[in-house]
Ligand binder design. Structure first.
Ligand SMILES: NC(=O)c1ccc[n+]([C@@H]2O[C@H](COP(=O)([O-])OP(=O)(O)OC[C@H]3O[C@@H](n4cnc5c(N)ncnc54)[C@H](OP(=O)(O)O)[C@@H]3O)[C@@H](O)[C@H]2O)c1
Length: 329
């Protein structure tokens, strides 16, 4: 019987807080599904960091293997469309939250969740992108649907050294946009410029006051939420468009209606958990017109054993870019 390694969040005794352990498991220990995947790589996302450390009430049913995205090869499937050895990508649909996720050498999922690995992407590149790259690309896709283009001016990206934001800077640079990276990390300027940021601002430089300030941004991609998102609303140009998907800096939004009714600023919500047809379309863009140029600079390859330490660094705001687990290490 196949035995494999998995990072699992467990409740040791009823009423006690969750604990994380690397366990040796069997396929029958996994959540049910019609498709078995040998995981090659899996990303580490902010949501995974919360889940692995028992924060944010991400996981409600224990035990649970974390990991909201993965890439790997089909081992077997009851769906005739999927053949042994096919390279695939899976993210979302409750993976790593309500269903055992990618932080294991095997995953058993529904074939309805499985995307073929796009041509021109390797399994490692696909995992470097993962849910983060999908979110960054989805944000730009919807901004462009609202009329954003590189001629309209600078686009700002907050939480800039994070996984989603690093990929967003890279994609926008590839597409010819001028980007302003906003970070809380003084030492990260060189990293952000290397990804293509036109200039870098620090969170400590943001002016906190007033219902409206001078409009600076044609667009904004926000990982942070809270006061930073409120500041973006005050400082976005007339007809500018903001995408919001994160809450790393807070879930409350204290704002006014003035950016909307006086400037026509558009605030778009982004949810990576959209339908499979949209995922196919956005992954196709990620592999072609939105393809980032600096994935090797963004990616740190780690082993499953490194995962506890890396998730703690993410919650302490000490990580940069994307951490990707190589299941063969
Ligand atoms: N809605 C969706 O479907 C969806 C999909 C993907 C991600 N998300 C969310 O998007 C956010 C980013 O995800 P990620 O995977 O890119 O996370 P990440 O890699 O941990 O990056 C988050 C970045 O936000 C900044 N940050 C962290 N803590 C902060 C704080 N207390 N105050 C202000 N800024 C802080 C840091 O950047 P600097 O130090 O450079 O400022 C950090 O690198 C998370 O909230 C995540 O849950 C949502």
């Amino acid at each position: 019987m196949t035995t494999f390694s998995a990072f699992r969040v467990e409740i040791p005794d009823a009423g006690n807080p969750p604990e994380s352990h690397i366990r040796q498991l069997h396929i029958d220990d996994l959540s049910p599904g019609d498709t078995l995947i040998k995981v090659a790589y899996a990303g580490v996302n902010y949501k995974d960091a919360l889940a692995a450390n028992g924060q944010g009430k991400i996981i409600r049913d224990h035990p649970r293997i974390t990991g909201i995205d993965l890439s790997g090869h089909i081992v077997s499937s009851e769906n005739g469309q999927l053949k042994e050895g096919d390279p695939v990508v899976v993210h979302g649909f409750g993976l790593g939250v309500e269903h055992d996720g990618g932080h294991a050498q095997y995953a058993r999922v529904s074939s309805d969740w499985v995307l073929p690995l796009p041509a021109r992407l390797t399994l490692r590149e696909a995992a470097t992108l993962g849910a983060a790259g999908y979110t960054a690309a989805l944000a730009l896709h919807w901004m462009e649907q609202c009329g954003l283009n590189p001629e309209q001016g600078e686009v700002t990206i907050t939480g800039a050294t994070g996984g989603v934001a690093s990929i967003a800077i890279d994609i926008l640079n590839h597409c010819g946009y001028q980007t302003v990276a906003i970070t809380g990390k003084h030492a990260a300027h060189d990293y952000l410029k290397k990804l293509g940021a036109t200039r870098v601002m620090e969170v400590s430089d943001l002016e906190p006051k007033g219902p409206l300030a001078s409009g600076q941004w044609a667009g904004a991609i926000d990982s942070v939420g809270g006061p930073v998102l409120a500041w973006l609303l005050r400082t976005t140009k007339p007809e500018g468009v903001i995408t919001a998907f994160g809450n790393a800096g807070g879930a409350r939004l204290d704002t006014s209606v003035f950016p909307f009714i006086l400037r026509g600023v558009k605030l778009l919500g982004i949810n990576a958990g959209g339908p499979i047809a949209l995922r196919r379309k956005i992954w196709d863009k990620l592999a072609t017109v939105y393809r980032p140029d600096h994935l090797d600079d963004i990616c740190q390859v780690i082993s499953l054993d490194n995962l506890p330490q890396v998730t703690k660094q993410m919650l302490e705001r000490k990580s940069t870019g994307r951490n990707v687990i190589d299941m063969a290490l």
